[in-house]
Design a protein around this ligand. Structure first.
Ligand code: PLP
Length: 410
């Protein structure tokens, strides 16, 4: 899309920005391609039965991920709430209707201490009570232990319904331990893999390791609509999650449930469930399916090589900027996306604020800002913007070096 054409966003006075910080939700997530837009446009101008569309989506997602079933959600966070709701309620219509009130049902969800993060609010939202277990031995450098089977065993009681595991690069051994112990105790394992793509193999990895439910963001690397996500896993749990998200303003005598709904196990026709507010539109379902197909069929190595090549060119163009260290962080076994590390002589936050105040604001990764390091992630930067990224960084570094740094105090 040409960046200089008058746009609807411009008519609102909303700035065009270049996001070199990665697929951050607050910066709009991934950029969609034309094929995904076309799928969304077709869905947007068609009437469909959402249950039929989600059933078809499930079959397609299953084929592409190796999971038993799948569901398009309104994001990974919504997926965590729905996954938790499925583990709390199963096919019990009364429990579905009671959530988030869990006073009359088992409601404990286990989480390892080092996995607690701000998205556990999504788990608590369903009515679950999180029970911590374990230590942060490795994280603090105090020791060598990961998750121990006995720590999980000691935390399980009759009120426990599931365990939530947050996937990160290098914690696969811990996941094996959690799956082994939880399955022995009849407990499902929910994996938050929201940002664990690429590599595309991860679409299959967690269910293959035994996870019962796995969530992914649709608006991050998958390149789907920003407000979309995937929930994949066991058919019965995915079906319960779907039912708790559906519009249930139905007549029980004419209701045509989605194929994933086990009508024999279901205790009645539930009302609107806990997920009714996480409505996922036909546009998002079509868009995410199209994005998923494209993501699965693309050549990860070629995409990675393309990113590396662009970063090398940017690094070279910035090499002579005084007061700026630039280094390529190459892709590798534990790093699917190559990045540039920028080390300004000026305070890193000053450089960020200067870049944010430019005519086309540029956003860099701020995760290591306290160490004076900023990162440049190519995923959400259009190749046609690379030259502007270089020119803007050059100009901003120079502005930061000037004594009054006027542009840094907008
Ligand atoms: C981004 C993210 C989420 C939320 O994903 P959305 O699709 O934006 O709802 C949840 N968990 C983790 C670990 C994430 O990185």
């Amino acid at each position: 899309m040409p960046s200089d054409r008058p746009t609807f966003l411009a008519s609102l006075g909303v700035a065009r920005r270049i996001n070199a910080a990665g697929t951050l939700t607050r910066l709009g997530g991934a950029l969609m391609d034309e094929a995904v837009l076309a799928a969304m446009a077709e869905a947007a101008t068609s009437s469909v039965d959402i249950a039929e569309l989600q059933s078809a989506a499930s079959a397609r997602i299953a084929a592409l991920t190796g999971a038993e079933a799948g569901l398009v959600t309104s994001g990974a966070s919504a997926g965590l709430t729905l996954a938790t709701a499925a583990c709390l309620a199963g096919w019990d219509a009364a429990r579905m209707s009671a959530l988030p009130d869990t006073s009359a049902m088992p409601s404990k969800v286990l989480m390892h201490r080092t996995h607690r993060n701000s998205y556990d609010h999504a788990v608590r939202l369903a009515g679950a009570h999180i029970v911590d277990f374990g230590h942060n031995d490795r994280g603090t450098g105090a020791g060598v232990r990961g998750i121990e089977p006995w720590e999980i065993e000691a935390a399980v009681d009759p009120q426990t319904v599931a365990c939530v595991f947050v996937a990160s690069t290098g914690n696969e051994a811990d996941l094996r331990t959690v799956v082994e112990v939880c399955h022995r105790r009849g407990l499902p394992v929910i994996v938050d893999a929201a940002a664990q793509l690429p590599p595309r193999e991860n679409l299959r990895r967690f269910t293959a390791l035994g996870a019962d439910l796995v969530v992914f963001s649709g608006g991050k690397a998958l390149g789907g609509p920003q407000s979309s996500g995937l929930l994949i896993g066991r058919r019965a749990l995915v079906g319960s999650a779907l039912l708790q998200m559906m519009d249930m303003d139905v007549h029980p005598r004419t209701w045509a449930p989605a194929a994933l709904v086990d009508t024999a196990a279901l205790t009645g026709t539930p009302l609107h469930g806990i997920g009714r507010g996480f409505k996922v539109g036909k546009e998002e379902i079509a868009g995410l399916l199209c994005a998923l197909e494209r993501f699965v069929s693309r050549d990860d190595k070629a995409v990675q090589a393309g990113w590396t090549q662009r970063l090398q060119a940017i690094a070279q163009a910035l090499a002579d900027v005084p007061g700026l260290g630039v280094r390529l962080l190459p892709a590798g076994a534990h790093k699917a996306v190559p990045m540039l590390e920028l080390r300004p002589l000026a305070p890193a936050d000053l450089l960020c604020r200067t870049l944010h105040a430019m005519p086309v604001p540029i956003h860099l990764g701020e995760g290591a800002m306290d160490e004076g390091v900023l990162t440049l992630n190519p995923m959400t930067v259009r190749p046609t913007d690379d030259a502007l990224v270089v020119a803007s960084i050059r100009q901003a570094v120079q502005a930061c070096a000037e004594p009054d740094s006027a542009s840094a105090n907008p």
